[in-house]
Design a protein around this ligand. Structure first.
Ligand code: TYD
Length: 210
C-alpha cells in the first residue's frame, strides 16, 4: 500500500468569491489520485443531501445573520458526521471547498456576526477537529469581482455584495491566517492557474505528504 494513503488529511480551500479555488481543487484532487490517495472532494455549505438543501436556502434567501451562521453550522454538523469524519477515519483525504474559516470571514467579518457566537457554534460542532492545512487564496476584491462577472453564472446572494463587504471578508481571512500560520498557507491568487497548481503540488511534497 502506498504509505501516503495510510493517514487521512483534511485540506480546506478558502478565499473570497472569484479567487479561483474550484480549478485548483480539481487539480489537487487529480494529483492526489495519481499518487494513489483515496480522496473525498466536498464543499460547504453542502456535501450531504440535507447540506445541499440548506445551501439552496443560504445562497438565495435573505435572512438574519444569526440564522445564516446557525444554518452554516447545521450543514457543517451533518457534513462532519456523514462525510468528513467517516472518510478521515478510514484513512481517506478530504479536500473541501470552504469550512468554518468561511463563517468567520463572511458572517463575522462581512455581516457583523458577534465573533463569540461563531466561536460557540464551532465549539459545539467541531471542538476537536480543524483542517490539517488551509489554502487561503488571497487577491484584491476588484480582481475577484471581474472573474465572477466573466464566469457568466448569475451571481448568488453573497456574490451580489459590494466591494467593501469583500474587503472585510478578505481582512477577516488574513487576520485568521496570521493567528494560525502553521495551518494556513497563503496563496497569491492573482497568478495564473498553472503556476498555482504547481505551487500547491510543491507544498504537498514539502510537507512530506506525497
Ligand atoms: P462557494 O461554493 O465558494 O461559491 P460558488 O459555488 O459560487 O463558487 O461558496 C458559496 C458561498 O457561501 C460563498 O459566497 C461564501 C458563502 N459562505 C459563507 O458565507 N459562510 C460559510 O460558512 C460558508 C461555508 C460559505
Amino acid at each position: 500500500m502506498n504509505p501516503v494513503s495510510q493517514r487521512g488529511r483534511f485540506i480546506t480551500f478558502e478565499g473570497i468569491d472569484g479567487a479561483g479555488k474550484s480549478t485548483q481543487i480539481s487539480a489537487l484532487v487529480d494529483l492526489l489520485r495519481v499518487h494513489g490517495v483515496d480522496v473525498v472532494q466536498s464543499r460547504e455549505p453542502g456535501g450531504t443531501g440535507l447540506g445541499e438543501r440548506l445551501r439552496e436556502l443560504l445562497l438565495n434567501v435573505d435572512m438574519h445573520v444569526d440564522t445564516e451562521a446557525m444554518l452554516m453550522f447545521a450543514a457543517r454538523r451533518e457534513h462532519l458526521a456523514c462525510v468528513i469524519e467517516p472518510a478521515l477515519a478510514r484513512g481517506a483525504w478530504v479536500v473541501c471547498d470552504r469550512f468554518s474559516d468561511a463563517t468567520y470571514a463572511y458572517q463575522v467579518g462581512g455581516h457583523g456576526l458577534e465573533a463569540a457566537r461563531c466561536e460557540a457554534l464551532e465549539a459545539w460542532v467541531h471542538p476537536q477537529r480543524q483542517p490539517d492545512l488551509t489554502l487561503l487564496f488571497d487577491l484584491p476584491p476588484e480582481v475577484a469581482a471581474a472573474r465572477v462577472a466573466a464566469s457568466g453564472a448569475g451571481p448568488d446572494r453573497f456574490e451580489r455584495e459590494q466591494r467593501d463587504f469583500f474587503e472585510r471578508v478578505r481582512a477577516a481571512y488574513l487576520a485568521r491566517a496570521a493567528r494560525d500560520p502553521g495551518r494556513f498557507q497563503l496563496i497569491d491568487a492573482v497568478r495564473p492557474p498553472a503556476s498555482l497548481s504547481a505551487e500547491i503540488g510543491a507544498l504537498m511534497t514539502q510537507r512530506g505528504w506525497l
